[in-house]
Design a protein around this ligand. Sequence first.
Ligand SMILES: C[S@@+](CC[C@H](N)C(=O)[O-])C[C@H]1O[C@@H](n2cnc3c(N)ncnc32)[C@H](O)[C@@H]1O
Length: 224
Amino acid sequence: MLSTPEVVNKNYDLIYEPAEDTFLLLDLFEELQPYFVTKKFNHKTPLVVEIGTGSGIVSTFINKYILPKSVIISTDLNPHSCVSLISTNKHNNPQSSNLDAIRTDLVSGFHNNSIDILVFNPPYVPAEYIPSVEDAEKNEYNWVDIALNGGPEGMDITNKLLDRLDQCMSVDGEAYILFCARNKPDVVVEQFKRKNNSNFSVERVIHRKAGWEELSVYKFQKLR
Ligand SMILES: C[S@@+](CC[C@H](N)C(=O)[O-])C[C@H]1O[C@@H](n2cnc3c(N)ncnc32)[C@H](O)[C@@H]1O
């Protein structure tokens, strides 16, 4: 079993504390390790993007154990998360020079067709109110609600990414996106397939009951 990276900045009033959803992604990537060893990527050096890096633990894990020869760029709206990613990675992978953070919205700033592996544990909790970045800059306690709250069905942020997936992913690129049962992922996937015709294959790759929550990760693979 691969060891879980240690987070250096544990100020969980400002950044998302790793939880069941985070650990589901770590377990998935550990399972996928042999698959990635043989996978042929579209780019010689694959580009891995984690959206919403939080503490940075998932990107650090992927960098250390799963895709150490890739370039990893992780995004977050929350500046404390961008800083946490860098310190978490430095602490756990002192030699690494292939990872960085960008404070941006989802995948804004990336070229079209550039991302080979995308990972997103989004704010998926159904909650009407999503604070704005301006709200969080005025009152820092709003960052945790930005990490959790996903609008009425918990899908507001994930849907924005799904609308941009065809544009940002490379051919053969794979996006791993986490859902809770209340997001109705089966319905979301059907709607996504209708909009994107047959340009993507979609499958559920891991599923777990976590207390009263049921979590799944779906893989969206862009076809040739
Ligand atoms: C559920 S947390 C996941 C954190 C971490 N990846 C993990 O698994 O522990 C969601 C993260 O997404 C970030 N986030 C929310 N909306 C975002 C957006 N539009 N663009 C980039 N990041 C966003 C939050 O600040 C938060 O760090």
